[in-house]
Write a new protein. Structure first.
Length: 331
């Protein structure tokens, strides 16, 4: 044994390097193939009465996939949520544990995903990775998956699909992302854009949900190179300003490599706050950073809401011709 100790000392840096590499790598779930099955659950609010689950099934099956609905996906017995916390958590866990299910898609957002975090074991996805899809309130699940270093898809949810012959670029972007076809998203020029090129891992989602995670195990940190995606709906602009103040005072903005600003829809109180556009509030905080910033990115609560890979390394380029967000093919 005494002869083995010097050898272990020599090998220790190699093992330490391996551990460091393992800790920084993100797990990428397998892309879907025709014939795969997706699970649809409602981890937050109950579905609107107008939601047609038969049409949702038909749309996803048209992509060559099979569909499983969670037992309480369309539950309407609770005043707000799609079932009790325990029922919604059981639906989500069942889809995570079902090896035949290759992606788990939230049918809608609203509020309630955070209530499931103590009740589900998301770490199972490190052993059997699969895509988790959604946006808005589902941002909380994306944050938890980021802590586990598992890629996920920020994108449209089936309750918002368009039917009756309408074109639906948002739903099509989800199909492309699930099948691994999303490589680059190009955006038209915007007067508030800030030029430059930078790379980092894409993180973020709904701004209010991001800030609500402060001080919790899911808090978004940016110790590694990070590109922040933010979007919002139905908020007073003074609250947007307060959240941006919080981001700046916490030091998170200074650690970012780029910012991607999605839809800020149905903003309130702009006249009272003295601005014509909520994006002007955000620009006041991002402009001094000297990093690339994309405004008008098609993600959030307005069409189109294009699917993107969170946890993926992206390169953001902004110039006079517009902006591009390119997704790395290899980690």
């Amino acid at each position: 044994m005494k002869h083995l100790f010097p050898i272990l000392l020599l090998l220790a840096p190699l093992f330490a390097g391996a551990r460091e590499s393992d800790s920084t790598a993100f797990i990428r779930p397998p892309y879907l193939q025709p014939g795969d099955t997706v699970g649809i659950v409602s981890p937050a609010g109950k579905l609107p009465l107008k939601t047609d689950t038969a049409k949702i099934r038909e749309r996803i099956e048209s992509w060559g996939l099979h569909v499983k609905f969670g037992a309480h996906c369309a539950d309407r017995e609770q005043p707000y949520f799609a079932g009790t916390d325990e029922q919604r958590a059981a639906d989500l866990q069942a889809m995570l544990d079902d090896e035949s299910v290759k992606a788990v898609i939230a049918c809608r957002g609203g509020y309630g995903s955070v209530r499931l975090l103590p009740l589900v074991n998301l770490a199972r996805l490190r052993e059997h990775p699969k895509w988790v899809v959604g946006f808005s309130d589902i941002t909380m699940l994306h944050l938890a998956l980021r802590k586990l270093r598992i890629e996920s898809i920020h994108g449209p949810m089936p309750a918002g699909f368009h039917f009756d012959g309408e074109e639906d670029p948002s739903a099509e972007s989800l199909r492309q992302a699930l099948f691994g076809e999303t490589v680059c998203i190009e955006v038209e020029p915007h007067p508030l854009n800030q030029p430059g090129t930078a790379s980092g891992r894409l993180a973020g989602g709904n701004l209010t949900v991001l800030r609500s995670a402060d001080g919790t195990p899911e808090e978004l940190t940016a110790e590694e190179p990070t590109v922040l995606l933010i979007e919002e709906v139905g908020e007073f602009v003074y609250r947007i300003d307060r959240m941006m103040q919080s981001l700046r005072r916490s030091g998170k903005l200074e650690n970012l490599r780029a910012v991607v600003v999605g839809h800020f829809s149905e903003m309130l109180g702009m006249d009272k706050f003295g601005v014509a556009d909520a994006c002007a509030v955000i620009s006041a905080y991002t402009r001094p950073l000297g990093i690339p910033v994309v405004f008008g990115f098609p993600a959030g609560h307005t069409d189109p809401n294009l699917a993107v890979y969170l946890g993926r390394r992206v390169t953001v380029g902004v110039d006079d011709t517009g902006a591009r967000v390119e997704f790395a093919r290899e980690d």
